[in-house]
Design a protein around this ligand. Structure first.
Ligand code: DHB
Ligand code: MG
Length: 219
């Protein structure tokens, strides 16, 4: 077994132990696949992680940038209390339509709003304060999203950002890879921001080799 195969096998083992998809999440994956969406949603284990982070800080208001088909949206929505609210922003109308179906199927329509638009425009139009911002859209936009996330978050709030390692492309980003350039600039900004305490978790498994950034706004 190669190292890659072993990482995938252990990821599958962890996901089946701790984060097996229920019928709603399985239908969400199937719905997105049938609609032809790219299969780049977070894994079930990553979904469980962002769900746990939201619960651990008692998040009541969550903002997601990059809904795709709504798979992570369901995980985050399930972490909310009865009076909680999740706004999820998606640029692509077809993706947003799939996500709305999935949110409805999950019984989360009261708490979750899918907003069609550009991440940065929608963030600029929002008012503080949020407890958690999850970034999972175009990586070249991450540095700008970070500034807005800081404006929108309360003290003690979290920024969680997917895909900030990109198979190591962030080490020396190619000038023709705007996503790697954006992720590297985001990591640099996160690491040097005096208002934040942050770390990047390198991740290997069924989603390949990537990383998840987690940052907390200092009190
Ligand atoms: C890509 C985007 C993602 O959000 C992800 O999780 C994996 C890949 C991409 O654009 O390549
Ligand atoms: Mg992602």
């Amino acid at each position: 077994m190669s190292a890659t195969q072993l990482f995938e096998a252990v990821d599958t083992y962890i996901n089946s132990l701790f984060a097996a998809d229920d019928e709603i999440l399985s239908r969400a994956v199937e719905r997105a696949r049938k609609a032809g969406l790219p299969e780049i949603q977070v894994s079930s284990g990553q979904g469980k992680l962002i769900y746990l982070l939201a619960k651990m800080i008692g998040a009541k208001r969550i903002l997601e940038i990059g809904t795709l088909g709504g798979y992570s949206t369901v995980w985050l929505g399930r972490a909310l209390p009865k009076d909680g609210e999740l706004i999820s922003v998606e640029l692509d109308a077809a993706h947003a339509a799939v996500a709305r179906e999935t949110v409805k199927d999950a019984g989360l329509s009261e708490k979750v709003e899918i907003v069609e638009g550009r991440g940065l425009d929608e963030m600029r139009a929002l008012e503080p304060s949020f407890d958690l911002v999850f970034l999972d859209a175009n990586k070249d936009g991450y540095p700008a999203y970070l500034k807005q996330a800081k404006r929108l978050l309360r003290k003690g709030g979290l920024i969680v950002a997917d895909n900030v390692v990109r198979e190591g492309a962030v080490l020396e980003p190619s000038q023709v890879d705007p996503n790697a350039i954006g992720a590297a600039a985001f990591n640099q900004a996160l690491a040097s921001d005096p208002d934040l305490e942050a770390i990047v978790l390198q991740q290997v498994g069924i989603k390949g080799h990537d990383g998840l950034a987690i940052a907390r706004v200092k009190d």
